[in-house]
Write a protein that binds this ligand. Structure first.
Ligand code: ZN
Length: 303
């Protein structure tokens, strides 16, 4: 009797192993267009990690980023509702068509971005490229979650805090922004350097060639202020702080003259390049907090 039980257990183990190998092989071959592909996809997700509820994620982000406290140019939070169970988040800077297509290829349940839709000056009709984007999202039942100013301003996960990490700048305090809140930061370099050396370091660390406006390229930079994205007019707040340099993402014509006349060194280090890091940090944080998958997809943008 004992021998029979041992043999039965051995058989079960062999079949279980065979079954696992069959499932693994099917998964490696990718999803196929048959009813089994749905259950295979579910199995793949069960293997990969746990699920989280969409509304729990949205509510957690609201508490974390205090997004309803911001007067913004777009809605922050869930912009387009999709499925309620989330196993995989794909993040990116802007919800362009290329990001949507790449996210869907990776079986995203939620797309997390810094630049979403429904901006203040957008057309109120949905046609052309806007129709195609929204159709893609709805057809695949994906959620679009977007955080704009709240993701610039967060003290740890925000674009400006993360930019300090990437550039190894020491933060001393926050800087007022023209949007009405303290989004930017100021501080100092670990090692003072020339304006030209800082330009090279921005280039290297952000993988983007920055525009520099410097009356004297050998000016020593020690104290610095920064605000990611299109925050060029915050140069006035940087001047009030008396820093040597101001970094933002996008330039504006008027900034050239202000930099020339005041001697502050101005860098436009790329809107996309300076805003890659907040959304990655938030996606990574959500992945750890909820035990779900997260992938950042960088869709290159030269601006
Ligand atoms: Zn931006």
């Amino acid at each position: 009797m004992g021998v029979v039980i041992v043999q039965a257990i051995a058989c079960c183990r062999i079949f279980s192993k065979l079954f696992r190998v069959m499932i693994r092989d099917n998964l490696n071959q990718g999803a196929v267009d048959c009813p089994d592909s749905v259950s295979l996809r579910m199995l793949r997700r069960m293997q990969e990690g746990s699920m989280a509820n969409r509304d729990a994620i949205v509510s957690y982000c609201e508490d974390l980023l205090l997004s309803s406290h911001y007067q913004d140019y777009c809605p922050n939070g869930l912009q387009i509702e999709g499925k309620s169970n989330i196993t995989r988040i794909v993040s990116g800077v802007s919800a362009c068509q290329a990001l949507l297509d790449a996210a869907i290829k990776q079986h995203a349940d939620m797309i997390l971005v810094h630049h979403g839709y429904f901006w203040k000056n957008d057309s109120r009709v949905i046609t052309g490229y806007a129709k195609k984007r929204i159709q893609t999202i709805l057809q695949h039942d994906v959620n679009l979650l977007a955080y704009h100013l709240p993701l610039d301003g967060h003290a740890i996960l925000g674009n400006n805090a993360q930019l300090a990490n990437v550039m190894q700048w020491a933060i001393e305090g926050s800087m007022h922004s023209t949007c009405g809140r303290d989004l930017g930061l100021f501080g100092h370099l670990q090692q003072p350097c020339s304006a030209l050396d800082l330009q090279s370091k921005l280039n290297k660390n952000l993988a983007h060639d920055p525009l520099m406006i410097a009356k004297n390229p050998n000016t020593q930079i020690k104290r610095i202020a920064w605000c990611s994205g299109a925050a060029g007019d915050d140069i006035h707040h940087a001047l009030a702080l008396g820093v040597d340099a101001f970094v933002t993402g996008e330039p504006a014509e008027r900034l050239y003259h202000i930099a020339q006349e005041t001697g502050i060194v101005f860098y436009a280090a790329g809107h996309h390049a300076t805003e890659r890091y907040g959304v990655q940090a938030l996606g990574h944080h959500l992945s750890e907090h909820f035990g779900i998958q997260h992938t950042f997809i960088d869709i290159p943008c030269p601006i």
